[in-house]
Ligand binder design. Structure first.
Ligand code: MAN
Length: 563
């Protein structure tokens, strides 16, 4: 097809399918009809001082400087805006800077859409069906050319395509509405989560405060009890402890001495037995002086033993009694003294016994507080000895408090994340929220390219060389596209388009970090149409998506009825 660009430009000027009235001169468009109604004269549109005979209209001679007397021929084509620059080289007329009052030759195209074509194309021997399907541009049959009227077929085809486009647009718009609904639902969920987190955090703060107080209470009370135990109480308590230890030591010593005594007694008895035997069985006829002296000594010893009274000896039963352990029913009941909270002063004065319970508690609490204050200020020794001295109860309280604090921290982080998410730009109607995390891809040469919405773009090597990050999503911009329309509709077209910027991808060797501009156009489904590398490591993706469609309102039933 020839001269497509020029024809396309003029097609924009097409106004109506109304055919020019029968009485109008050839090539006059409906909006200029009023200038051609007089039967007696014709006044040049842009030069009202020039009045012509009606026969001068379309007589193939350019009489009006604005070309308005030749709407149906190419006689004034040289002043057409699309004509070659004026004056033409070697032109005798020297016409310059003139503008045709008419936009072109009007093809009424009955059965299709009327349109203008440049005057240059009129009667040039070529049928320009793209704009002039009725063939009226070739009425002079130059070179014998006959342009049949093809408006029925072309019109039908056009209407079919238009209907397809309309339906496509409607489906895309419907899909967009679904996405918007999904996005709204997702936003609602994030908001609900945020609300729940806020409430949870509020509860946790209270819980934390309670746990903190509980921990401090336990710690305080344990500090106090530690003071009592480790501080060794009053003098009586000290004495009790000392006495108990001393008695225990003496009892152990006595036990040992008793054992030794029994042992020695055994040995003495054995020796006495030996000597008695010696005395009874020795032969006095042997004049052995040593034996005689030994027997004599033994007899003296035995006589001395027999005269000794044993009345001072402590009876064994008494000693055994002494060795018995003290207990509740025997000896000293130490527990009675040990378990007593009372100090020696208490024992003497026992002031508590004279006070009513609340007063008693109050004074005790004050004394404890004073004791802790004294410990905190180094006046009394704080005898807590590190972690080992912590009771199970205190450990549990501390762990519960720490767990609550940890919980608050993680929930606060989660809350901040949700808040950031709500503030993030997800495009008009929050629409990309519905696509977030979804990916589309396309094979191009040695790579598979992937776009993950609001996340990242990736170049995946088909030769197993690994994946390359081509950028991480940063923001949504708008930019002007200037692309030719494509028959399959997979084109950005012309006009303002959304561009998703993905930046800070993997570093390019000897260059910047990779980045990708993702240009969006309206389409029924998400599809990665094309990927190009405009300059090293700077990529451009062209993508069709319902998210980029116009925000068309769903046609209500009343509107349909009216149509
Ligand atoms: C790889 C690919 C290309 C890029 C070069 C730069 O081959 O990521 O797209 O141009 O690295 O070195």
């Amino acid at each position: 097809m020839r001269r497509t660009g020029a024809l396309a430009l003029l097609s924009a000027l097409a106004h109506s399918t109304l055919a020019a009235a029968e009485s109008l001169p050839r090539g006059v468009g409906p909006e200029f009809a009023k200038f051609y109604t007089s039967k007696s004269t014709f006044t040049c549109i842009g030069n009202p001082s020039i009045i012509l005979e009606p026969s001068q209209v379309n007589d193939d001679s350019c009489d009006c400087p604005d070309g308005s007397d030749e709407p149906g021929t190419a006689a004034c084509a040289h002043i057409d805006p699309l004509s070659p620059e004026q004056p033409l080289p070697g032109s005798l007329t020297g016409t310059t800077n003139a503008t045709n009052a008419l936009p072109g030759f009007w093809c009424s195209n009955a059965g299709h859409v009327g349109s203008y074509i440049p005057f240059l194309y009129v009667n040039d021997g070529v049928c320009d069906y793209e704009l002039c399907c009725d063939g009226s541009d070739e009425s002079a049959h130059v070179g014998g050319v006959q342009c049949e009227n093809r408006c029925d077929a072309i019109g039908k085809d056009h209407r079919r395509l238009e209907e397809e486009r309309r339906q496509n647009k409607e489906r895309s718009a419907k899909r967009r509405r679904t996405l918007v609904k999904e996005a709204r639902e997702q936003r609602r969920r994030v908001e609900a989560k945020l609300g729940a987190l806020k409430a949870e955090l509020e509860g946790l703060e209270h819980k934390k405060a309670d746990l903190q107080k509980r921990y401090e209470d336990i710690e305080r009370s344990e500090r106090n009890s530690m003071v009592k135990v480790k501080g060794q109480g009053g003098k009586l308590e000290i004495l009790v402890n000392l006495a108990k230890n001393r008695i225990s030591e003496l009892r152990n010593a006595l036990d040992k001495v008793l054992d030794q005594r029994d042992d020695l007694q055994d040995r003495v008895e054995q020796l006495e037995e030996i000597l008695t035997k010696l005395k009874d069985e020795y032969n006095p006829n042997f004049n052995d002086e040593g034996v005689k002296a030994a027997v004599k000594s033994w007899e003296d010893y035995a006589a001395g033993q027999a005269g000794e009274t044993k009345s001072d000896n402590l009876p064994d039963e008494d000693i055994m009694e002494m060795l018995k352990e003290d207990g509740e029913t025997f000896g000293i009941n130490w527990a009675e003294f040990e378990s007593s909270d009372a100090s020696d002063v208490d024992v003497v004065y026992n002031w508590e016994a004279y006070l009513p319970r609340p007063v008693n508690d109050f004074i005790r609490e004050k004394i404890n507080a004073l004791r802790i204050w004294a410990m905190d200020n180094g006046i009394l020794a704080d005898n807590r000895s590190g972690a080992n001295s912590e009771s199970r109860q205190l450990t549990a309280a501390r762990e519960a408090l720490e767990a609550a604090k940890g919980d608050i921290l993680s929930k606060t982080r989660s809350l901040e994340e949700q808040q950031r998410d709500l503030e993030k730009d997800y495009g008009p109607g929050d629409i990309f929220r519905a696509l977030k995390g979804k990916c589309i891809s396309s094979d191009v040469g040695e790579y598979e390219y992937e776009l993950c919405w609001i996340d990242r773009t990736t170049q995946k090597s088909k030769k197993g060389h690994g994946n390359t990050n081509m950028g991480n999503f940063v923001r949504i911009d708008k930019d002007m596209a200037d692309e030719e329309e494509r028959a399959d509709g997979k084109s950005l077209g012309k006009g303002e388009r959304m561009v998703l910027r993905y930046e800070n991808g993997q570093g390019c060797w000897n260059g910047p970090n990779r980045r990708t501009d993702v240009w969006l156009a309206c389409a029924e489904t998400d599809e990665l149409w094309r990927v190009s590398e405009s300059e090293k490591c700077v990529y451009r993706m062209e993508v069709g998506t319902p998210a980029a469609c116009e925000d068309l309102q769903e046609p209500g039933p009343s509107v349909k009825d009216e149509l």
